[in-house]
Design a protein around this ligand. Structure first.
Ligand code: FES
Ligand SMILES: [Fe+2]
Length: 428
């Protein structure tokens, strides 16, 4: 349970808020590279951390992320012409380069000097691992580029998608570190989904619905270790890393690709649920990529032309009561991502955390909130750099393994949790 002001601190990420300032300390996923495929391709409107922005690739192929609205009289530059090194407003032809600098006011007399004094807000936009990343903080504090393994393996080993989710980012993140719901909500799909089925770990997951959480702090955030009973008194451990502020990795299953999420605030009531799958040592199989494109695993299918899942709030997520009753799907909603989204959205845009009743399996969530609040306050009050900015903190993996009962997971699995290029993930 949180106090009202703690819930507000955690959930508000607009300009000038403490959590918003903290998010602006990191490189964050902004768009899929395929959204801006070529020089001069149509610009894309994007809202991040409550700021409405326009992303474009100029005629030289260079990327820009600028204020969506023209400095003249506020028209959306999405209607603009992407031509000759900039975006030209469709209303009166003012033109801006990819850094937001006005470079032409065609209606003004030459030499008026007006143009040089007009500049829109702009942020860097860089491509890495099929994702366009932005940094929305102070230019002199821009950190080194992100080093998450899914974004640094060869392109044929990785697949990334994003979907629009109608709730605050923290509700979505909390789903990512709450491993106990897997034995319930996702129980129907563990043995049928082509990207999950067939692993020994599934059996442990389904046979023990009373997991024990052991959460430890690490440099970048948290390790959420969750143990279930295995054979001969051993424990099956699933270890989820949480890297501040909003990166989580799901423990793998067998030789399936390993996967995870970024939960990026669009505004305080919606977020981008980024979902990636990668294999550290081999190319993804055609059948795997096809399954991801068809909405299996942690991915979804879409309303055409959007990033809104085709099963969504407006159609009750295609609830199937017969499948719920028969136990094919625990909740009656099909697909892991939509199962999560449906329940997280059902809590309302910003859940009232003053009314919760938390239990021992919520320990990961409790510690993540504490860590986030502590870091946002330390940044606001003392300028302390938050965890998770150093690219070394990104070189981490989830793991799933069986250990004897006397071995603490944090030390026994220390090696398994390092993103070692060329080394397979540790998975049961
Ligand atoms: S509003 Fe953009 S040029 Fe006038
Ligand atoms: Fe889930």
């Amino acid at each position: 349970m949180l106090r009202k002001e703690q819930n507000e601190l955690l959930t508000q990420t607009g300009p000038g808020t403490p959590m918003g300032n903290m998010f602006r300390s990191y490189w964050l996923p902004a768009l899929l590279a395929e959204e801006l495929p070529e020089p001069g391709s149509p610009p894309v409107r994007i809202k991040l951390l409550s700021e409405r922005l326009l992303a474009f690739r100029d005629s030289d192929g260079k990327l820009g992320l600028i204020d969506e609205f023209c400095a003249h009289r506020g028209v959306s530059l999405w209607f603009g012409r992407n031509e000759d090194g900039g975006i030209r407003c469709a209303y009166h032809g003012w033109k801006y380069d990819r850094e937001g600098q006005c470079i032409d006011i065609p209606s003004e007399p030459a030499g008026s000097g007006m143009c040089g004094r007009v500049k829109l807000t702009s942020y860097p936009l860089i491509e890495r691992g099929g994702v366009l990343w932005t940094y929305m903080g102070e230019p002199d504090k821009q950190p080194p580029l992100p080093e998450y393994e899914f974004a640094t393996v060869p392109a044929n080993q990785s697949f990334t998608s994003k979907r629009f989710q109608e709730c605050n980012w923290l509700q979505a993140l909390e789903g990512g570190i709450d491993s106990s719901h897997v034995s319930f909500l996702h129980s129907g799909v563990l043995n049928t989904d082509p990207l999950f089925r067939g692993s020994k770990g599934n059996e442990y997951n389904l046979n023990d619905t009373r997991p024990v959480f052991e959460v430890t702090e690490n440099e970048g955030g948290l390790l959420i270790g969750v143990r279930r009973n295995a054979e001969n008194g051993n424990y099956y451990w699933r270890i989820t890393p949480f890297v501040m502020p909003c990166f989580t990795m799901i423990p793998p299953r067998g030789d399936h690709p390993v996967h995870g999420h970024f939960w990026v605030p669009i505004d305080d009531e919606t977020n981008w649920a980024w979902s990636f799958d990668y294999h550290p040592v081999r190319a993804l199989r055609d059948s795997e990529v096809q399954a991801m494109r068809e909405g299996h695993g942690i991915h979804v299918t879409y309303v055409p032309g959007t990033f809104i899942p085709s099963a969504n709030k407006t159609n009750d997520y295609l609830m199937d009561r017969a499948s719920q009753k028969a136990g094919i799907n625990y909740s009656g909603v099909s697909g892991i991502a939509v199962q999560d989204a449906s329940l997280q959205e059902s809590m309302g845009p910003i859940v009232d955390r003053t009314k919760e009743n938390l239990v021992s399996t919520d320990n990961g969530i409790i510690m993540a909130r504490t860590r986030l609040i502590r870091a946002a306050k330390a940044l606001a009050e003392k300028g302390v750099t938050p965890p998770g900015i150093d690219p070394e903190h990104h070189k981490i993996r989830s793991a799933a393994l069986v250990l004897p009962p006397d071995q603490p997971y944090a030390t026994a699995a220390a090696d398994a949790m390092k993103a070692n290029p060329g080394k397979a993930h540790v998975s049961v």
